[in-house]
Structure formats: structure tokens, C-alpha cells
Design a protein around this ligand. Structure first.
Ligand SMILES: [Zn+2]
Length: 152
């Protein structure tokens, strides 16, 4: 029993070391953050795996998304679209997607926006880029296809 405090000390030391290691790997100071995986390849792979390759080609870039940052808003990702076209530009923030699970989650999220835009505009409607029922259904269908199995 006298060895318990020593054991706890080393267990705490090892845990702390692990956390420090991860935080250093996530965002080294002074280095411009980059995405862990090529986002174009990830979008294409997700398109094949979960959308039957029906999503249009998109410019997928590892850049900070443009947009209002007031009131403490952060943008993990965003997608620009020219209504009536099949043009999409997806921004995935390297700053807020330091791990591949973050990046994959953001690309799947944005892919559902593209999916809904394509569906709504094919019906002659307009989509406001929100998280409406159709977008929610897209995310649920991804979950049923186990798209989030390594994220959840
Ligand atoms: Zn969204």
C-alpha cells in the first residue's frame, strides 16, 4: 500500500505527457496549420463511399472560410455555391480541423449541404444553406451508412 502514491504519481506523469504530446502534434506554434489529409481526396472518397459518386466536382481547399466572425463565431468549414450552377467551393479550416476526424466530420457536413443544393435546385427550388430537415436527413443517412464510425 505504501507504493500506491508512487504509482499514482507516475500514472499522472504519463497521462500528462500524453496530453502534451498530442497538443504539440495538433498545432505547433509559429507554423501555419495545415489539414491532416488532402481534402480533395477525402471529398472524392466520401463521394464514392456515401453518395454513389453523385456529388458534383468541387474545389475543396484547406483555407480559413470567409465570413462574419463577430460575436465569437468560428467557422470550421463553409461552402460557396453559385445558384443554378454545379459550382461549389468548400473551405475547410486548417485551424479548427487539426485532426483527421475533425476534417472528415467537416467534409461530410459540407457534402450534405452540396447534396441538398443539388436536390433542391433540380426541383426548381432554392436552398438557404441551412440545416433544414432535408440536410438533417442527409446527415442521418450518412450515419446509417456508418460514415461516422471512426468519428463518434
Ligand atoms: Zn452547415
Amino acid at each position: 500500500m505504501r507504493k500506491l502514491p508512487i504509482f499514482l504519481f507516475f500514472a499522472a506523469l504519463i497521462s500528462f505527457g500524453t496530453l502534451t504530446l498530442y497538443s504539440k502534434n495538433a498545432q505547433p506554434k509559429g507554423v501555419k496549420p495545415t489539414l491532416p489529409i488532402n481534402p480533395v481526396a477525402l471529398y472524392q472518397s466520401d463521394n464514392e463511399l456515401y453518395f454513389d459518386n453523385k456529388l458534383p466536382k468541387a474545389d475543396v481547399v484547406g483555407e480559413e472560410p470567409p465570413g462574419d466572425r463577430s460575436a465569437g463565431k468560428v467557422w470550421l468549414a463553409s461552402t460557396e455555391h453559385t445558384p443554378g450552377s454545379h459550382y461549389y467551393k468548400m473551405y475547410i479550416s486548417p485551424r479548427y480541423n487539426p485532426y483527421w476526424q475533425d476534417e472528415e466530420g467537416s467534409i461530410l457536413h459540407e457534402s450534405c449541404h452540396i447534396y441538398v443544393w443539388e436536390q433542391v435546385e433540380a426541383r426548381g427550388g432554392e436552398y438557404d444553406d441551412g440545416h433544414n430537415e432535408e440536410w438533417q436527413d442527409c446527415m442521418k443517412s450518412l450515419a446509417l451508412k456508418n460514415a461516422f464510425k471512426s468519428i463518434w
